[in-house]
Design a protein around this ligand. Structure first.
Ligand code: ZN
Length: 509
């Protein structure tokens, strides 16, 4: 142990210094057509190994990279959304290191060095009432993937799939401004909503967003936890790492500067390779890619392309469409569902539509994707959060805008009971039938006929004599009786008519 280590841990037993946490988030630009420097597909998912490659992304001698202009535009939009300074000129660098999934032996990335800059300079965002600084936003290429097979470590074979090599990434580097795991979670959720809303990245895809966390105790050495693709795991890793460093500190030990990885099975961080120092990467200006000028005209045209932000959308849902704030939170944070809402909404159905989407439709999608994800989670190295998988579900593909609009209209106009909407939605998703077919087949209509309901109301009153007595003085008891009528009619009784009938019967007794 070094002398400075003893010094740092001199306050053994005392309160540990505060944690310092920063993030580097890699976000795949999943909506682009081609890779960052060649015409191969950006969407490599579902392809046979090494099918999506060409001489450029395989790093063959004599090939030249050609920059994807749309990647620069969309990366700039992310930088703008994060309040970053947009430079007039950007350039690329070679980051030299050897790894089997990096066929060129260097990665093309960006830096702020020698007066050259990445696509986004300093910026900041407000998260949970606190400002988080953004150090820079940069464009870079993703490496390929290593796949390990075999029953044991001794028999293990390593396979390389280059389909992902060269696909476009945006890396967002934050200042070490996070005060704890909760703020980390809020930031990642905000960022995930933001890139989804910009249409740059579909964060629900496996591995589309991955993060490295830098964790230290103030004044101590920094530990980097690499490549976590589940936000849930990231939070757990940071919590573990802070506790580990605090334990070291309390024993008077120096925390080693190192790279660790999150072992999800053992729920601990464990040391990986020794931390490469930045100078070990021998950064060189990538002379094969000329400087790219971002002129004022480009900036203006990108500003006009920026969609309504998640917070603006939320505000509109609440103030213009009268949606309760909690429902608006859920709806605005998901581009696919909020687009669906905007497409199917009318002045009259907005509230019911928002309810149907955020409870019934999202619930349906989650339930079936959880079932579908179960076998996949066992074989893949990176299991996404269950919540992220809702997009993979076919339910929302089957239920078209028209069907949703008709369903919400029927509930809003009182033709269908609220409770029946869920059942109708399930049937539409399962069979692919239209709303009209499902509603006529399933007898989902609202019972508002007085003579039909009167019998039920009377039997409830006779079965609940105590409640019926109390109902004179206690309005809550009336609601209880309405609930009993609902139970007997499987949610189909018109609540308004039921209430009227109950009042009439009770007073008339
Ligand atoms: Zn290629």
């Amino acid at each position: 142990m070094s002398g400075s280590g003893r010094g740092a841990g001199g306050a053994a037993g005392g309160a540990a210094p505060r944690p310092v946490i920063g993030l580097e988030i890699h976000c795949q630009m999943t909506s682009l057509k081609s890779k960052l420097f060649c015409p191969c597909r950006a969407d490599y998912r579902g392809m046979a190994p090494n099918e999506n490659v060409c001489p450029v992304c395989m790093g063959m001698p004599g090939t030249l990279p050609r920059l994807n202009a749309e990647a620069v535009r969309r990366g700039t939009m992310i930088a703008m959304a994060l309040g970053c300074a947009i430079p007039e000129r950007i350039s690329f660098f070679r980051k030299n290191y050897f790894y089997p999934d990096l066929p060129k032996n260097f990665q093309i990335t960006q830096l702020d060095m020698y007066g050259d800059t990445s696509i986004g300079g300093r910026g900041s965002v407000l998260v949970g009432g606190r400002t988080v600084g953004i150090r820079r936003v940069q464009l870079e290429e993703d490496p390929g993937r290593m796949i390990y097979e075999g029953a044991s470590v001794q028999n293990r074979i390593s396979l390389v799939d280059y389909n992902r090599a060269g696909t476009p990434l945006v890396e967002i580097v934050t200042e070490p401004d996070f005060e704890g795991p909760r703020q980390l979670r809020l930031f990642l959720q905000m960022l995930s909503d933001m890139v989804g809303n910009l249409g740059v990245c579909n964060p629900a895809l496996e591995g589309a967003m991955r993060a490295d966390a830098n964790v230290s105790l103030e004044g101590g050495n920094r530990v980097e936890i690499k490549n976590i693709s589940s936000f849930h795991d990231l939070e757990k890793a940071v919590v573990f790492e802070i506790a580990r460093q605090e334990a070291q500190h309390s024993r008077g030990l120096e925390v080693a500067q190192e790279t660790r990885h999150w072992d999800a099975a053992r729920k601990i961080t464990a040391p990986s390779r020794l931390k490469e120092e930045e100078k070990g990467y021998r950064y060189l200006l990538e002379a094969d890619i000329p400087w790219v000028r971002i002129d004022a005209e480009t900036v203006e045209s990108l500003k006009s392309r920026m969609p309504e932000s998640v917070s603006e959308k939320r505000e509109r849902f609440v103030s213009r469409h009268m949606i309760p704030p909690q429902v608006a939170d859920v709806l605005s944070s998901d581009k696919m569902y909020s687009d669906l809402f905007d497409a199917a909404r009318t002045d009259k159905n907005a509230r019911e539509l928002a309810n149907i989407i955020t409870t019934d439709l999202m619930g349906l999608a989650m339930a079936s994707s959880a079932a579908a994800a179960a076998p996949a989670a066992a074989r893949d190295d990176v299991g996404g959060d269950a919540q992220k998988k809702k997009h993979d579900d076919p339910a929302s593909d089957v239920i078209r805008v028209d069907g949703l609009r008709e369903l919400a209209d029927a509930v809003a106009s009182g033709q269908m009971a609220r409770n029946s909407a869920k059942q109708a939605l399930h049937e539409m998703a399962k069979t692919g039938k239209s709303f009209a077919e499902v509603s006529s087949e399933m007898d989902l209509g609202l019972i508002s006929d007085e003579s039909e309901l009167l019998g039920v109301v009377r039997s409830v009153i006779s079965e609940e004599p105590q409640a019926a007595k109390q109902a004179y003085s206690n309005p809550n008891t009336v609601n209880y009786l309405v609930g009993k009528v609902m139970q007997k009619t499987r949610g189909k009784a018109d609540p308004q008519v039921t209430l009227e009938l109950l009042k009439r019967c009770l007073l008339g007794d």
